[in-house]
Design a protein around this ligand. Structure first.
Ligand code: ZN
Length: 677
């Protein structure tokens, strides 16, 4: 599971004073590009130069593996993704006409958005974004571009290509959503995501239900690494493996993983990578579980990675995973904080307000660390989470534990970029609140991430016979709510101050105020007028805030009021708000543990999806005046192997500033798949 914190986005990322080192390295904070609702930042990799040569080589090889799967995610996000990306790249690289016209500038913006989203759907909202240039102009550009650069396969003509991609790009009625979440529709047929072909929701659900054995104590993640298709009238899986679907890219990943195996930090890490290679070769989901167990037990290595088909947020049925990769190394100093949290994991589990039947009797092997990201790939690039807790398989978490990471240099980059952007002054109502949020925002947000990942996702257990898929399209939202509520409930616990995790009770108040203001109001700036909330983390945040707002009304726990014509929120009773967080946590855990789909649906649909149009409009207007981008993504650093007599003597790191340049380089160097898969 990945954690995209309440702030990483807009809110607390603004606040620096609580975090050290924020004032230095000023040039790095600069945004290198801004378009649509997005900005591009860079992240620094402090400490890379001090690593050993072997560690640098390991990072280099793993980074190559992280980039080699890039095409996969474009195809997973929709079957036209690679064709559209390559056509746009042909235009950007070869169009000889006037590039200064407003129309051409709009083509550039569209291309940048496609690179950012790894496809034609908004990376967060899942809606298709449509070009702001005429269709006829696009056709002309394509015809006037270098035909050798166009993705014309199997003797296709330019017009054939245009007839395939133009309707998908320009007609809003064709495949409008990557992930459909409307419960009254066929979720599979109405989702553009390329996990199913010619299959209905009912058929897909039945296909996987038949594989399940409810007495299996170690149920494999059936279907996680394949496309389900109809062939000769029968349903069959096209597995993503070396000799299967996406094979050409997977073989490249394996090539670099094999190199990485020669420079691992330990025998255990070597076995872990060998197991991943075996999984990529066979596609066997049981091998995937074996790999995950090896991976989570390797807590000694400094350099670490994720690489594979991991998260299921983009499948409306929550079965199939998108491809992602992160390469990182341990930030030893900051890891002390997460070690305190995990050392107390059992205490947190025992003292939570959850029904004892749904608690883990013995919390096993939660390991947590703070990491420095060295490379992002696939679904984690350029938009990245700030915390990750893996593996996702419930039975592995229960019997072997999980590994949880906080991406420190990414949060740091957010903080830097947000300096002085005017956000707290605009959205909090008193100087005291603004000061509180500025003083503690960063520190409390880091702790929120740690608690969410290390103990939130890791907590609780399912009743025997209940499957994680029972909650279907509501699973992701409820899972994020569970982890957030666990974190929120404990932030105000005196034990947190006792353990030295927060310096002052006001730090927890800052987190509560930001959570509520964001969930009820400010996160709406990211939603297009007329749309509902789609993304799981955002649904979760509104669900929590609206539920507490409503349940707290008798005691006026949370108050909405107007000051100088502007809507504001304040919390009148922080202690009571904590009680409400606890009550909702108890209910969400019950829903998960019992697999109570109806109650989960009711909770999400009632509190998490619909938006108050007046509040929405106001939030967008006030935010627009600040001229900040609601979403950020990151350029990767680039590594160069310095060779002597064909041996790597050193690995250098550089920090490019050109977003378009990096995307074009990646498309040239790491494009291994055919256009149509
Ligand atoms: Zn999470």
């Amino acid at each position: 599971m990945k954690h995209i914190s309440i702030l990483a986005l807009i809110i607390m990322s603004v606040l620096l004073n609580g975090c050290q080192k924020a004032e230095t390295e000023q040039p790095f904070a600069r945004r290198v590009d801004k378009f649509a609702d997005l900005q591009i930042l860079r992240y620094q990799v402090p400490g890379f130069e001090k690593l050993s040569l072997n560690q640098k080589k390991l990072i280099y090889y793993l980074s190559q593996a992280a980039l080699s799967g890039r095409d996969i995610i474009f195809d997973q996000h929709g079957k036209y993704g690679l064709a559209i990306r390559r056509t746009l790249e042909a235009i950007v690289l070869s169009y000889k006409g006037d590039r200064q016209t407003p129309e051409f500038q709009q083509v550039l913006v569209y291309a940048k958005r496609v690179w950012f989203s790894n496809g034609i759907y908004h990376h967060y909202a899942s809606d298709k974004f449509t070009p702001e240039f005429p269709e006829s102009y696009f056709r002309t550009l394509v015809r006037e571009s270098d035909a050798a650069l166009l993705p014309l396969e199997n003797g296709q003509k330019v017009n054939d290509l245009l007839n395939l991609i133009v309707p998908v790009m320009f007609d809003q009625s064709i495949l409008p959503k990557m992930v459909c979440q409307e419960p009254d529709k066929d979720l599979v047929k109405n989702s553009a995501v390329h996990f199913y072909d010619g299959v209905s929701e009912k058929e897909a659900a039945a296909f996987y239900a038949a594989m399940k054995n409810e007495h299996d104590a170690e149920p494999p993640s059936y279907g996680i690494n394949s496309r389900l298709v109809r062939e000769n009238g029968r349903l069959t899986e096209k597995v993503w493996r070396c000799e299967g679907l996406y094979g050409p890219a997977i073989k490249q990943i394996v090539y670099w993983l094999e190199k990485a195996m020669t420079v691992t930090e330990s025998e255990q890490q070597k076995q872990t990578i060998a197991s991943l290679i075996s999984y990529y070769t066979t596609g066997n989901v049981k091998t995937f579980d074996e790999y995950n167990i090896l991976w989570l037990k390797d807590t000694a290595s400094s350099v670490d990675f994720t690489n594979g088909f991991i998260e299921t947020y983009s499948d409306p049925l929550g079965i199939k995973a998108t491809w992602e990769a992160i390469v990182n190394f341990k930030n030893i100093e900051a890891t002390r904080r997460t070690e305190i949290v995990t050392a107390n994991a059992q205490w947190f589990e025992d003292h939570s307000p959850v029904d004892p039947r749904f608690k883990k009797k013995e919390v096993k092997g939660v390991s947590a660390k703070v990491i420095t990201v060295a490379q992002l790939g696939g679904d984690c690039y350029p938009a990245t989470p700030i915390g990750i807790n893996l593996p996702n398989a419930d039975w592995i978490r229960k019997s072997h534990g999980s590994k949880s990471v906080t991406l420190d240099n990414i949060t740091h980059a957010y903080d830097q970029a947000a300096q002085g952007n005017g956000f707290p002054e605009e959205f909090y109502s008193t100087p005291e609140e603004i000061a509180m949020v500025k003083a503690y925002g960063c520190i409390s947000d880091n702790l929120h991430t740690d608690l969410h990942e290390c103990i939130g996702h890791a907590s609780g257990q399912l009743l025997p016979g209940v499957s994680v898929e029972a909650l279907k399209n509501y699973h992701s939202t409820l899972e994020e709510a569970r982890a957030d509520l666990f974190a929120l409930y404990y932030m105000m616990d005196p034990q947190i101050i006792e353990l030295g995790l927060l310096p002052h009770p006001d730090a927890a108040k800052a987190a509560y105020l930001a959570q509520i203001t964001n969930g009820l109001f400010t996160q709406l700036v990211r939603i297009q007028p007329g749309s509902d909330i789609e993304e799981a983390h955002m649904r979760n945040r509104q669900l929590i805030a609206r539920w507490c707002f409503e349940k707290g009304k008798p005691g006026n726990v949370i108050e909405q009021f107007t000051k100088n014509g502007k809507t504001c929120f304040r919390i009148n009773d922080y202690g009571q708000l904590r009680v409400l967080f606890g009550e909702l946590l108890k209910e969400v855990q019950r829903i998960k543990s019992e697999g109570d789909y109806a109650a989960g649906k009711e909770l999400v649909e009632r509190y998490g999806v619909k938006i108050d149009p007046a509040l929405h409009k106001e939030a967008r207007e006030r935010y627009a005046a600040l001229n900040i981008a609601p979403y950020s993504g990151f350029l990767n650093p680039e590594y160069t192997a310095i060779e002597e007599n064909r041996e790597i003597k050193d690995v250098s790191i550089s920090y490019p500033e050109d977003y378009v340049g990096q995307m074009l380089r990646y498309s040239k160097r790491y494009s291994f798949l055919p256009t149509w898969n």
